[in-house]
Write a protein that binds this ligand. Structure first.
Ligand code: ZN
Length: 271
């Protein structure tokens, strides 16, 4: 599962990544960028790696070959090789915060970012939304990534959905590639239109229903899904779909009707 968080500076990208990396019990490998402040003013950035190294990324009170805004990128960062971070092990959750303008001035950093995105490992990374180059454009439009556009008002919901997605990634990783790509497409559709309940249902229930083969075809357009709480009947035809659960009909505790896990499981199990 590859999760990307994008958004403007101070939208909370780093916080979300830091939280999930700190809370996971899975081994991790990667880096986070931290800002440095003096009397409330940003004076630079450091990168902290999972191997315990702290790499000076940029400062205001120095000079260097590259300047981004008021920050000068430190020459030592540009020459840093990231050898330790390249030694990926199969079960590790990889993370990079962030794939941004200053970081991408380093060829070694760009190579590492490409390696992580192309690896078979799970990945949680943040991508700048105010800077783009060929690499950021390419990774954001990959069909196997799930992209969360974070801002101040959706931050809590996004963080929760990322948590649910990460908790259920073993089910996602068991799916055939074609189905996994369909899940990513569906998830991106829900997230980009603030349909967080349906995104929650997809990751917390539908993935598991698929892997546990809980969908049964009972008629031409009819299906039965053995849900966690009850069995539900779903119909899907060219004229639309129905399900007899509360979310599908917008009954309490839901405020409005939206895609339920039963419909999602049926949709994703269709050839
Ligand atoms: Zn339903």
């Amino acid at each position: 599962m590859k999760i990307l968080v994008t958004g403007a500076p101070k939208s909370g990208k780093s916080t979300v990544i830091f939280e999930h990396i700190t809370n996971t019990t899975q081994p991790t490998r990667g880096m986070v960028t931290k800002e440095l402040r003096q009397n409330g003013t940003r004076i630079g950035f450091d990168i902290t790696t999972s191997e315990g190294q702290v790499i000076r990324l940029a400062r205001t009170n120095t000079h260097g070959k590259f300047q981004v805004g008021k920050f000068f990128v430190i020459d030592g960062f540009l020459n840093y090789s990231f050898v330790d971070l390249q030694r990926i092990k199969a079960n590790e959750l990889l993370y990079i915060d962030e794939i941004g303008q200053m970081q991408l001035l380093s060829d070694s950093f760009s190579t590492l970012a490409k390696k992580y995105i192309n690896s078979g490992n799970d990945l949680l990374a943040s991508v700048s939304s105010i800077f783009s180059n060929d690499l950021t454009v390419e990774i954001l439009k990959r069909e196997d990534v799930i992209v969360f556009q974070i801002n101040e008002s959706n931050r809590i919901y996004i963080s929760r959905i990322i948590q649910i997605a990460l908790e259920n990634r073993k089910y996602y990783n068991e799916l055939d590639r074609r189905v996994a790509l369909d899940v990513a497409k569906l998830a991106n559709n829900y997230i980009s239109s603030d349909r967080f309940i349906s995104a929650d249902k997809l990751f917390s229930k539908a993935l598991r229903y698929l892997v546990e083969e809980r969908v049964f075809k009972t008629g031409v357009n009819e299906y039965s899904v053995n849900g966690d709480n009850a069995r539900h009947n779903v119909t899907i035809s060219t004229s639309g779909w129905t399900c007899d659960c509360k979310l599908a009909s917008g009954k309490k505790p839901y405020i409005k009707a939206d895609d339920c896990s039963h419909y999602q499981a049926v949709l994703l199990s269709m050839p």
